[in-house]
Design a protein around this ligand. Structure first.
Ligand code: AMP
Length: 444
């Protein structure tokens, strides 16, 4: 299959050639023709599947071929994303794919001055990539109108709800024209996401490119049990033993991230951090240095690192397990991309056993345990199994002091909606048939 056979026009094909994209990925093969036809889309796709091009290419083509010229302070297509980094990344993708088409794009997110974003919007833009909070600010200040809006894309919709953006999203949805195309991408499908889809999408094509809530197959996953206070020491030991040269490392709190970076730097390793306390420019700089190979270990919290596209990442280390089990899938989605195999290593202490059980339940498999001589923990981590059972009942895990989530917890937008027949229709749609929300796959 070729991109031309999907119906894309020459200037887009030329851009893809320049980027050396030879064949469409599965999500692209399904999404591009449907989006070109104007259909709504409900897609279960993680970062790394090529989903961005899956929506950006047909969207650019439709904007070029259909609809009026953009008016002042207007946007014709809106892409909502959960984080600033993802906003930058998606916008960069639009620029790359649209380099030979005369369309205007802009990006807007919080944490930086709003004025340049307002200036950019004055003449109107064809594509606006934005985070919900800043977009709402711009909308309330009349810097952007949606009367010309043709298409809405929700990228990483699950993450937007996890970050507590439900209210902002509701307000934005109410401001959008009812007649429009809507594309919803999410790596995981909770009840809240299904309800959101139910309220927003009309007869959507459902696309599922990797089994729901299961980790990518090309990632080798294992864990080492360790006492909490010896995690940093174990990390350095494993780094030397296994000659880890480059890794994306996840820690639970901003403080934890900074402490680990400090330690790695003291050991002479090139490390940098991404977390919510850092100003946007230094977060972007850390990411760029990591991508350029100037930094070997990027230590991050979930919020900051979600959706980052880092090519050919060989290793993801969970210095701490994530509080929300779905984040495990997102974290390790950063390795084993595009056919390359990757490794995901978790350092697990007794406090985290319930989190481990939740992860194993979600992914439907027991993570392989490896003992590291010299690090066998005094506080043993009880055996776990998918289904949530912890074989020996552990102490209640402590809550983290400062999780790096602005507004943690799930917001059930679905509680506000009551349109059950359609929810059932989505659940019955191909690809979602087995996906009862909240239930994990049975282990093989
Ligand atoms: P995404 O899932 O959209 O974040 O994309 C993951 C990575 O795959 C990005 O670095 C893209 O540039 C790359 N990519 C997307 N589609 C293709 C393709 N058809 N061929 C080669 N690389 C691709």
């Amino acid at each position: 299959m070729t991109f031309a056979s999907l119906g894309l026009i020459e200037p887009l094909l030329r851009a893809l050639e320049g980027l050396d994209y030879k064949t469409p990925t599965p999500v692209q093969a399904k999404a591009i023709p449907a989006v070109l036809k104007g259909r709504d889309l409900l897609a279960a796709a993680q970062t790394g599947t090529g989903k961005t091009a899956g929506f950006a290419l047909p969207l650019l083509q439709r904007l070029l071929q259909e609809g009026p010229q953009v008016a002042a302070n207007s946007a014709r297509a809106l892409v909502l994303v959960p984080t600033r980094e993802l906003a930058e990344q998606v916008h960069t993708s639009f620029q790359a794919y649209g380099q030979h088409v005369p369309l205007r794009t802009a990006v807007a997110y919080g944490g930086v001055s709003i004025n340049p974003q307002m200036m950019k919007l004055r003449k109107g833009v064809d594509v606006l990539v934005a985070t919900p909070g800043r977009l709402l600010d711009l909308y309330r200040q009349n810097a952007v109108k949606f009367t010309q809006l043709q298409t809405l894309v929700l990228d990483e919709a699950d993450r937007m709800l996890d970050l507590g953006f439900a209210r902002e999203l509701d307000e934005l949805f109410a401001a959008l024209p009812k007649r429009r195309q809507t594309l919803l991408f999410s790596a995981t499908f909770s009840d809240a996401i299904r309800q959101m889809a139910n309220g927003l999408l009309r007869d959507p094509l459902t696309v599922e490119v990797s089994p729901r809530n299961t980790a990518a197959k090309s990632v080798k996953q294992w864990l080492v049990t360790v006492d909490k206070k010896r995690k940093a020491e174990l990390f350095l030991h494993l780094q030397q033993e296994n000659r880890w040269r480059q890794a994306l490392v996840f820690a639970k709190t901003r403080k934890g991230v900074e402490e680990l970076v400090g330690l790695l730097q003291k050991e002479g390793l090139a490390a940098d951090s991404i977390h919510g306390d850092k100003p946007q420019p230094s977060r972007l700089r850390a990411l760029q240095r990591f991508k350029a190979g100037e930094v070997d270990f990027l230590v991050a919290t979930d919020v900051a690192a979600r959706g980052l596209d880092i090519e050919e990442m060989p290793l993801v280390v969970n210095f701490d397990l994530p509080i929300v089990a779905e984040d495990y899938v997102h974290r390790i989605g950063r390795t084993g991309r595009a056919g390359a195999t990757g490794q995901a290593v978790s350092l697990v202490c007794a406090d985290e056993v319930q989190l481990l059980a939740a992860i194993e339940t979600l992914i439907g498999q027991t993570l392989q345990r490896r003992d590291e001589p010299g690090f066998v923990p005094d506080h043993r981590v009880p055996q776990t199994a998918p289904g949530g059972q912890v074989i020996k009942k552990p102490k209640k895990p402590k809550q983290p002091k400062v999780p790096d989530a602005g507004k943690p917890g799930r917001v059930h937008l679905g509680a506000l909606l009551d349109d059950k027949p359609q929810v059932k229709a989505i659940r019955k749609a191909p690809g979602f048939a087995k996906a009862a929300p909240g239930k994990a796959k049975k282990p093989k």
